[in-house]
Write a protein that binds this ligand. Structure first.
Ligand code: ATP
Ligand code: MG
Length: 217
């Protein structure tokens, strides 16, 4: 006749058996996954300059680009940044990266178009910024170029889109470019190698929180 402790033993042995089976299944699944990932890594043998577009309404587009600037500088690469919209020069990223050797940082914007309310002025500013960007896109010594908020200049028609796409398409073969901004035009995402669309699920600003240093600027 089985006692309570026999039952507990059986149940413990059963649980251990179930765990072992789970462990074995997990190990087999991971081995299959690793084989697939290793094969994919081995197959991805190309090396070339990439065009990345970080778009969408959520927060994190420019900061993603600046993360890649940090990575590139860590590898000793030469980096060029053009900020097309931002007029403020008190951002943490500019203060920090401006001190780093190896990065050339330009803030060319006059602010958002609803601030300037002057189309002529916006177009002139866009052209000034684009002249800097075009110079970088023609110079292979820049290994990473960030064109922050470039999409707005295309969607507002401040820059001729064919001219921009042509410069991007004909840049040096090993040069990486990151373009940020909402509503990236289809022609740009089509040309890009990597496109991330950041969704806006929640933003503290809508709860009345003003832009926070270290987070928003
Ligand atoms: P970040 O520079 O923080 O990565 P971003 O580049 O994705 O933001 P932008 O549209 O360039 O977004 O906006 C810049 C500023 O507006 C930042 O201070 C950011 O926190 C804020 N912001 C971004 N997305 C939103 C949003 N959905 N609602 C309100 N404010 C936002
Ligand atoms: Mg931005």
């Amino acid at each position: 006749m089985s006692t309570e402790s026999d039952a507990a033993d059986r149940s413990a042995r059963h649980a251990a058996g179930v765990d072992q089976t789970k462990d074995a299944r997990h190990a087999a699944r991971m081995a299959r996954k690793k084989a697939l990932i290793d094969a994919a890594i081995a197959a991805a043998s190309d090396e070339r300059g990439l065009l990345l577009v970080i778009t969408g309404n959520g927060k994190g587009k420019s900061t993603s680009a600046f993360g890649m600037v940090a990575r590139a500088l860590g590898h000793g690469m030469k980096v060029g940044v053009v900020q097309f919209i931002k007029s403020r020069t008190d951002t943490g990223e500019e203060a920090f990266f401006g001190r780093q050797p190896g990065v050339e940082w330009h803030v060319t914007g006059d602010g958002f178009t609803w601030d300037t309310q002057n189309r002529e002025q916006d177009i002139a500013t866009a052209e000034r910024g684009w002249a800097i960007a075009a110079r970088m896109l023609a110079d292979p010594s820049y290994q990473l170029v960030v064109l922050d908020e470039l999409t707005y200049l295309l969607s507002y028609g401040y820059l001729d889109s064919d001219r921009v796409l042509d410069a991007l398409a004909h840049r040096p073969a090993m040069q990486h470019v990151v373009v940020t901004g909402r509503a990236a035009p289809h022609t740009l995402t089509e040309l890009a190698d990597t496109v991330s669309v950041i969704a806006d699920e929640k933003h503290a600003f809508r709860a009345g929180v003003k832009a926070q240093p270290g987070i928003d600027l």
